[in-house]
Design a protein around this ligand. Structure first.
Ligand SMILES: *Cc1c(COP(=O)(O)O)cnc(C)c1O
Length: 428
């Protein structure tokens, strides 16, 4: 498989074909576009069966994407090192299910992409020192820190918007040492993302070490995320003879894009609905046909506070014209009041705790009729103090989180500009 730029066909576009290792290493194409597989292979139904283990299923699924690359011989161990935790599908009611993706070490679905990327880069960076620079609106930072902590030859720089993420999320980002540097940026998430993008274009950074991103612009994360959509839809279809729809809490569109790719490959996915918070760039695009990036507004579902979703360009590349885009993509925007009510209702009705991101999917489910629907639970409720404040009983705290909350915080403050980032003393 070769990987190409989403802008390859544009004037002055980067026409290079990249190997998987290059695509993972590179982050962005030379023209600033995002890397995508040159084609999405149609699935061969005979290769999959419902009795396969999850690991064998993923190996067959991902094998075409690893073809012709040095990482291909490591695929099996990469998968085993990624999926070290369960991802149960639970029934909510007759036509709704919940796919829990938050049982990893830092309690969000970001653990999947981060661990997959760490396993790939562990192989790739044996020869050359690598710097991972990542902007985070909450959960990516901790997932990346946990996945890369103590990896030889890899340095990690995490930029997060100071004061704009939950205290527990901040604690999970800053509780590391050694090869992990946490920078609290005086700005919002879009500032952090802009800083990372400009560092990538900056010759100073390029000369310093091999720079890489672990954001959802990295193709490695997307490939890993395809696994749970493909597997879950396949098993669901086998059991019920009907293709499920997915409702996906969405910010940068990384998680959802993996689902669109799995659908494009032919997995039995009926429909895909994006649940967003009050950041309405995608909903408004669907209404007007004009894409207008915005400044992000803060919400309770802060890991989705994104005004300019970085994977939008990949989605547009997949559905080349607006009419097709509109047919394939549905979006429901959920505001903070609706998120709050939903968290309380789900507790009253089911005695269950859900996080604010997952709540957007629950709310969206109520707006939709026919099922079956699979809602994604993207983070554990205990990561968010805000959930506690809404409910009459304290949230039980999982062991891994309790352990992280006890550790010492370790971070540096920084202004939201490239000069400040370049001259930061901790970078030597
Ligand atoms: C990152 C995140 C999202 C949004 O995922 P994208 O891939 O950015 O769309 C949703 N929920 C949680 C808990 C997250 O951490």
């Amino acid at each position: 498989m070769k990987y190409i730029s989403t802008r390859a066909l544009a004037m002055g576009g980067d026409k290079t074909s990249y190997s998987l290792s290059q695509a993972i290493n590179q982050g962005l194409a030379k023209d600033g576009g995002l890397l995508v597989p040159a084609f999405l292979p149609k699935i061969d139904k005979h290769l999959f069966d419902h009795q396969q283990s999850f690991f064998s299923f993923c190996e067959i699924l991902l094998q075409p994407f690893f073809n012709e690359d040095a990482l291909a011989t490591h695929l099996s161990s990469i998968i085993k090192n990624t999926f070290t935790f369960e991802m149960p599908l639970k029934k909510i009611d007759e036509s709704s299910y919940l796919l829990e993706l938050f049982h990893g070490p830092t309690l969000s679905f970001k653990d999947v992409g981060a661990r997959f990327l760490a396993a790939c880069l562990d192989v790739i960076s044996k020869q050359e020192k690598t710097t991972i620079m990542v902007a985070t609106s909450g959960d990516t930072g901790s997932a990346v820190a946990s996945a890369f902590h103590n990896k030889a030859n890899i340095e990690v720089i995490i930029l997060y918007p100071q004061g704009k993420i939950s205290e527990r999320q901040a604690q999970q980002i800053t509780c590391w040492d050694k090869n992990i540097l946490a920078l609290a940026v005086k700005g919002n998430f879009d500032d952090c993302q802009r800083l990372v993008k400009s560092a990538f274009k900056d010759p100073w950074w390029q000369a310093r070490s091999r720079l890489n991103s672990a954001n959802s612009i990295n193709i490695g994360r997307l490939l890993a995320q395809m696994c749970y959509y493909a597997y879950t839809s396949f098993q669901f279809y086998h059991a019920q003879q009907i293709a499920p729809g997915f409702i996906i809490p969405t910010g940068n569109l990384g998680n959802a894009l993996a689902c669109f790719w799995a659908k494009a490959m032919g997995f039995p996915i009926r429909e895909i609905v994006l649940a967003t918070n009050s950041n309405r760039s995608i909903s408004d695009y669907l209404l007007t046909g004009k894409y207008q990036p915005r400044v992000s507004v803060p919400t309770l579902a802060n890991a989705m506070d994104v005004g300019n979703p970085s994977n939008f360009e990949r989605l547009q590349y997949l559905f080349k014209d607006f009419e097709i885009f509109k047919q394939e993509v549905k979006a429901i925007s959920v505001d903070d009041r609706q998120i709050t009510k939903t968290i309380q209702q789900v507790y009253q009705k089911h005695g269950a705790f859900i996080c604010p991101h997952t709540a957007t999917a629950y709310f969206a489910r109520q707006q939709l009729s026919e099922g079956p629907w699979i809602l994604l639970a993207t983070a554990h409720a205990a990561k968010f103090e805000t959930v506690n404040a809404l409910l009459p009983v304290p949230l039980p705290i999982p062991k891994s989180l309790a352990e992280m909350l006890k550790r010492k915080q370790n971070y540096q403050e920084i202004e939201a500009c490239l000069t400040a980032l370049r001259s930061h003393p901790a970078l030597g």
